[in-house]
Design a protein around this ligand. Structure first.
Ligand SMILES: Nc1ncnc2c1ncn2[C@@H]1O[C@H](COP(=O)(O)OP(=O)(O)O)[C@@H](O)[C@H]1O
Ligand SMILES: [Mg+2]
Length: 80
């Protein structure tokens, strides 16, 4: 059964993205499959922490929410 961990703060710049990336990487290193959803819709940035260049990220969560793409198109494999 998948587990969902939600990370939130009312303020920007409090370390949510960095904490999320580190937590996801730590759990993945333990052998679990991990999916990260960046739900910072106005200012997503977690792709930077996984070294995804903007030109690699042609479809995003916003495209899915706008009904322009299936969710699978907004997922990127960053496994090493
Ligand atoms: N544990 C930490 N120690 C020092 N600086 C941090 C730490 N976590 C994040 N930062 C820095 O704080 C800034 C905001 O972090 P970020 O994860 O983008 O916050 P948020 O996603 O909440 O906006 C970035 O410049 C990041 O490098
Ligand atoms: Mg952030």
């Amino acid at each position: 059964m998948p587990k969902v961990v939600s990370i939130h703060s009312y303020r920007g710049g409090t370390g949510k993205s960095n904490f999320t990336a580190n937590l996801a990487t730590t759990v993945a290193a333990d052998g679990y499959r991990v999916g990260v959803f960046d739900t910072d819709v106005p200012s997503p940035g977690i792709h930077n922490l996984f070294c995804l260049e903007p030109e690699q990220v042609s479809t995003t969560l916003n495209h899915y929410l706008w009904g322009e793409a299936p969710i699978e198109k907004a997922a990127y494999d960053v496994g090493g």
